[in-house]
Design a protein around this ligand. Structure first.
Ligand code: OSB
Ligand code: MG
Length: 368
């Protein structure tokens, strides 16, 4: 398909409540929405680089630069057969995986629409609904945390993940476990600890958690293997995994027993599927992480999660957990059984509300 036109939107959308982690506090989400037009069909993708370089070195501005100066020129006005080909064209661009994934997502949407099939089908999905959980930021008090968790459990969410940081770890876990002894509970440290904190993890190990996400260095694989050897709770890597090669290394070194997949972090759906398939062959469960996406990115995440080895609930919550008004129609809602339906319409399967998109756009550029 000949790529006629690409549009970038730097968006800024307010969260219904601030999201606090060991690395940042977000009051709103800044991402880039990518629109690709070809032969009368429109594809949409979301680049999840954030306003700051605290989770990843990429930011909304570095991603814009890489998209504008390198990725877009290499495919604009060219005849592209599929998303894989677009990736191959940009292989010489090192890193900048979120920028690449945003464009790749728009192309996947475009190509699945051109074939009149859903993105889920196109990616190899096998489920029509996916199990979901919530990711809860660090709260001001344990009472507030318990209150929030209770609310989400009542809505039907299947699994609770809380963010932890030094000094805000054992106590909240202990209180939650006391109040909710049976729930699926996991924690995410976002690299806030070192091997010298072994004592803390030994204690966390006694609370029957589903997993401990990214406790150590954001690019570390080796030290996680040392920590994993000391714990019965599975470690799950997020930040450290950027590719199939990283995944292989982490599993070889026994650095983790579960992998979190985020297309933005690994360069898109193509690499995500390679990681998914490799983990399946090694009997390692994967689950889908989240980057507080709007409905555009969320739709892609849901399609990817419909693949068979996504056996743990994802960080994919309903639109209203994040935003007062989402920019897709229909917005994503939680079923009573803690699932979200996988869209069946062509491509991402939801319509973009262009008016709502324009309202949150702070910078826009069209490339022809
Ligand atoms: O570590 O999983 C993370 C959000 C921004 C950056 C990093 C992370 C997160 C989340 C949000 O946990 C999960 C969601 O989208 O609900
Ligand atoms: Mg994480």
């Amino acid at each position: 398909m000949k790529i006629d036109r690409i549009e970038l939107h730097h968006i800024k959308i307010e969260l219904v409540s601030p999201f606090t982690t060991s690395m940042h506090q977000l009051k709103d989400v800044e991402h880039i929405i990518v629109r690709v037009d070809s032969e009368g069909i429109t594809g949409w993708g979301e680049c999840v680089a954030e306003a700051n370089p605290f989770y990843s070195y990429e930011t909304v501005h570095t991603a814009w630069h890489i998209l504008e100066d390198f990725l877009i020129p290499s495919i604009l006005r060219k005849d592209i057969l599929n998303a894989d080909e677009a990736i191959k064209i940009n292989k010489h661009v090192r890193g900048h995986l979120m920028a690449k994934a945003g464009l790749e997502a728009a192309l996947w949407d475009l190509f699945s629409k051109s074939k009149n099939i859903s993105l889920s089908k196109m990616l190899g999905g096998t489920r029509n609904k996916i199990d979901v959980g919530v990711s809860i930021g660090i709260q001001n008090s344990e009472a507030e945390l318990i209150n929030n968790v209770e609310g989400y459990l009542n809505e039907g969410y299947k699994r609770i993940k809380i963010k932890i940081a030094p000094g805000k770890d054992i106590q909240p876990i202990k209180e939650l476990r006391k109040k909710f002894p049976e729930i699926l509970l996991q924690v995410d440290a976002n690299s806030a600890y070192g091997l010298e904190d072994l004592k803390i993890f030994k204690e966390i190990d006694s609370y029957n958690l589903l997993l401990i996400e990214q406790p150590l260095g954001y690019d570390d694989i080796y030290e996680h293997s040392k920590l994993q050897a000391e714990l019965k709770t599975p470690i799950c890597l997020d930040e450290s995994i950027h590719s199939l090669d990283d995944t292989r290394m982490a599993l070889k070194l026994k650095s983790c027993r579960i992998i979190n997949i985020k297309p933005g972090r690994v360069g898109g759906f193509t690499e995500s599927i390679l990681i998914h398939d490799y983990c399946a062959s090694k009997k390692i469960p994967v689950w889908h992480g989240g980057m507080l996406e709007t409905g555009i990115g969320r739709a892609g995440n849901i399609a990817l999660t419909s693949l068979p080895n996504f056996t743990l609930p994802g960080d994919i919550s309903a639109s209203k957990k994040y935003f007062k008004e989402d920019i897709v129609e229909p917005e994503f809602i939680l079923n009573k059984d803690g699932t979200i339906d996988v869209p069946v319409n062509d491509g991402i399967g939801v319509e973009v509300n262009v008016k709502a998109l324009e309202k949150i756009t702070v910078r826009k550029k069209i490339y022809t």
